[in-house]
Ligand binder design. Structure first.
Ligand code: PGA
Ligand code: ZN
Length: 423
């Protein structure tokens, strides 16, 4: 059972403070987890508690640390760490608000994940096995974000993430190698063209480009340079993060104010020109009608992923299922703030034919929990940035370890992760 709960303020990959929690059990086991943080956060996410004031520009998490030390910790002493649902229910009850504004979703998530880690260690199981059980065996397709724009870069590129998915690989290890080779080829292509090779928040290159098609053209050239075939070995995915540029009732995109219908026509065109299998947040988080019409139009051909739209929240996802607003869920543990609620969202999605993509945040740490959760849920897809920079590759490297550990039982999701491509 839980004996003590500790917490501290550490730094994330952007140099901002975040919270790390340690849970000690009476058998000597210690579970540790660190909490990520977004930049293009959805309006409906659970509340990340920040101190305000002048320290760290107001971004300190001292209050969240205190919430763990003074309120949560003493309450959890004596709980069985293996009773994750009871622990998480108690955390929600202690907070008492619908969006975790009292104790902070960052404080609550840190404890929730550290409890799971401690329980897994105590049971002498790897986290993916402890959470997923004996059937956890599917290695996700890494959706590698190799060109960053939007709120993750200081350029004029509107689309936030240009991702490559090595669906033709036989194993995760091979997929990662292919992704890294395209990443390096892209750097060479940018250099040849005199474009900047500096990196954005998620480790992808962040060149200033005249438009979004140019990014896809450059990536296509990079894929060809490696000898891999775009559309066969490597397919593309976007995270548009459209809520970021939806202002005054219009999409401020590529220098013009566009309607929802115009954006949808643009995407249909883009999907016809490039091997795009997935588009995340193509429309604003409140444009439910637009999402439904886009899904009716494009949903049988490509995956449409709700991130800011659903915020890993079963109520918003429930509406999306009823209205067929999308056909996939982006899964971010800190959007909802506990392991139980995250697993409930994945479960609801899967039971209703929605795919799930496990996801990092743009502000990350060396914590690798999401890699294990991707395998635990057999969700088949993960996005955790470029195949470079330690806070990104920490997750991919953990997946290498899991694949090795699963040995012959491991299956790489490959093109099966995207049903229209299966044949
Ligand atoms: P964020 O970006 O972590 O800055 O929200 C990631 C995403 O939008 O998927
Ligand atoms: Zn997103």
């Amino acid at each position: 059972s839980i004996e003590a709960v500790g917490a501290r303020e550490i730094l994330d990959s952007r140099g901002n403070p975040t919270i790390e929690v340690e849970v000690a059990l009476d058998d000597g086991t210690i579970g540790r987890a660190a909490v990520p943080s977004g930049a293009s956060t959805g309006a409906f996410e659970a509340v990340e508690l920040r101190d305000g004031g002048t320290r760290y520009g107001g971004k300190g998490v001292g209050k969240a640390v205190d919430a763990v030390l003074d309120v949560i910790g003493p309450e959890l002493v004596g709980f069985e760490a293996s009773e994750q649902r009871l622990v998480d229910a108690r955390l929600l009850e202690l907070d008492g608000t619908p969006n975790k504004a009292q104790l902070g979703a960052n404080a609550i998530l840190g404890v929730s994940l550290a409890v799971a880690r401690a329980a897994a260690d105590s049971a002498d199981l790897p986290l993916f096995r402890y959470v997923g059980g004996p059937n956890a065996h599917l290695l996700p397709v890494p959706m590698m974000n190799i060109l960053n724009g939007g709120s993750h870069a200081d350029t004029g590129v509107d689309v936030q993430e240009f991702m490559i998915a090595p669906i033709g690989a036989a194993t995760f290890r091979e997929a990662l190698e292919q992704g890294a080779s395209v990443y390096h080829a892209l750097k060479a292509v940018l250099k040849e063209k005199g474009l900047a090779t500096g990196l954005g928040d998620e480790g992808g290159f962040a060149p200033d480009l005249p438009n979004n098609r140019e990014a896809l053209d450059l990536i296509t050239v990079a894929v060809e340079k490696t000898g891999l075939v775009a559309g066969k070995d490597i397919v593309f995915a976007l995270d548009v993060a459209a809520s970021e540029f939806f202002t005054d009732g219009a999409y401020q995109f590529e220098g013009a104010a566009k309607t929802s219908a115009e954006m949808q026509a643009y995407y249909a065109d883009l999907a016809a020109s490039y091997p795009i299998v997935s588009i995340e947040d193509p429309l604003d988080e409140e444009d439910w009608a637009g999402w439904a019409s886009m899904t009716a139009e494009l949903g049988s051909k490509i995956q449409l992923v709700g991130d800011d739209l659903f915020v890993t929240n079963v109520e918003r996802l429930g509406r999306g299922i009823t209205e067929q607003s999308a056909n996939a869920l982006l899964v971010k543990v800190n959007q909802i703030g506990s392991l139980t609620e995250t697993l409930d969202s994945v479960d609801l999605a899967h039971r209703n034919g929605f795919r799930c993509m496990m996801s990092h945040r743009s502000g990350e740490t060396e914590d690798t929990t999401i890699a294990d959760l991707a395998v635990a849920t057999n969700c088949g897809q993960i996005k955790t940035g470029a195949p470079a920079r330690s806070e990104r590759v920490a997750k991919y490297n953990q997946l290498l370890r899991i694949e090795e550990e699963l040995d012959d039982a491991a299956r790489y999701a490959g093109r099966g992760a995207f049903p229209p491509l299966r044949s």
